[in-house]
Design a protein around this ligand. Structure first.
Ligand code: HEC
Ligand code: HEC
Ligand code: HEC
Ligand code: HEC
Length: 212
């Protein structure tokens, strides 16, 4: 049997909880703290490919940035000015594909999102950038965070980093896409692959100087 004293404590706890909860409900918006609690990071913003380049372009680390520049994803905005793009657009009554939502939605990063989702260094002209597939970077780009992700001490979903799968590609490569095709995951993910070489450990004695 629980003692009556326990019940009194339990009741006080419950009443106390409701008191706090209803005080929060009743509080006018102006009384809310100015910044969100530390446990919840601010909504991430797109930082742009140049930020990723600063740490992801050394030969030994896999030169992800250079590999990306060699892929059409980096030219996805440019291609909207091509003869072919203009012809496709003309059929749909679109004058300038580089200004049309109908085209930009799959040819640049984060198109259609509110202006405050984009940091100062972000350029839509960089086409389908790193963050189109890996998620907006502002909450994960610190060296310590990135290393923690690699080491498994930080969870990707807590900082907005995505490890892309076929669903990521389907967002753009679908029946409405220009070619009207979904990706063939095995083949196409290999085409765009930019792995960290096995055994690579940043800062290890064998590592060369970081390319900027
Ligand atoms: C300040 C340096 C720095 C910046 C900036 C940076 N990274 Fe990283 N990133 C790292 C380090 C360090 C690792 C761990 C592996 C390594 O040493 O290369 C890493 C690992 C990763 C991984 C693999 C994570 C895992 O779980 O294995 C991805 C994906 C990644 N970065 C994407 C990005 C993207 C996209 C950007 C830009 C939005 C970016 N990084 C910017 C330093 C950085
Ligand atoms: C079109 C989509 C796409 C774009 C754009 C893209 N990535 Fe990736 N990235 C992937 C996929 C897919 C993987 C492999 C995921 C896996 O192994 O589960 C990957 C993996 C990585 C890894 C981890 C590799 C490893 O061996 O663990 C790093 C680091 C990375 N990307 C950085 C970048 C950077 C930096 C950019 C921009 C310069 C970029 N990515 C652009 C799709 C993309
Ligand atoms: C934000 C939209 C978007 C996402 C997400 C996306 N792609 Fe693409 N992808 C494009 C566009 C647009 C092109 C064509 C660009 C051009 O022709 O200039 C393209 C081109 C490609 C190509 C041809 C590359 C070349 O250089 O020949 C491959 C392969 C490809 N994508 C694979 C993938 C894979 C795999 C994923 C998922 C991991 C993915 N894409 C995610 C929009 C996207
Ligand atoms: C639903 C996503 C999506 C939309 C919307 C979209 N595209 Fe694309 N576009 C792609 C993808 C994905 C590719 C890569 C080719 C493929 O695999 O289909 C591509 C490739 C292209 C190419 C290169 C084709 C080639 O053969 O080299 C051009 C040009 C193009 N798109 C123009 C446009 C124009 C113009 C619009 C607007 C009227 C548009 N796209 C709208 C996804 C899209």
């Amino acid at each position: 049997m629980r003692s009556p004293r326990f019940l009194v404590w339990a009741l006080m706890l419950v009443v106390g909880w409701y008191g706090v909860a209803s005080a929060q409900d009743a509080a006018p918006p102006a009384a809310k703290p100015a910044s969100p609690p530390a446990a919840k990071p601010a909504a991430p913003t797109y930082v742009g490919v140049k930020k990723c380049k600063t740490c992801h372009n050394s030969e030994k680390g896999g030169a992800q940035f250079t590999k990306w520049t060699e892929m059409k994803h980096s030219k996805a905005f440019e291609v909207l000015a091509s003869e072919k793009a203009l012809a496709i657009a003309k059929e749909k009554g679109i004058a300038d594909p580089q200004k049309a939502d109908e085209c930009l939605q799959c040819h640049v990063t984060g198109h259609g999102e509110p202006a405050d989702h984009f940091g100062a260094g972000f350029l839509a002209t960089d086409g389908v950038g790193c963050e189109s597939c890996h998620g907006a970077g502002s909450n994960y780009i610190k060296m310590k965070t990135m290393q923690g992700l690699r080491d498994g001490t930080i969870k990707a979903e807590d900082v907005g980093l995505k490890m892309p799968n076929k669903a990521t590609c389907d967002h753009c490569h679908n029946e409405k896409a220009t070619g009207g095709k979904f990706v063939d995951w095995a083949k196409d993910s290999t085409t765009i692959a930019h792995p960290i070489p096995p055994g690579y450990k940043r800062g290890a004695a064998t590592e060369g100087t970081e390319a900027k």
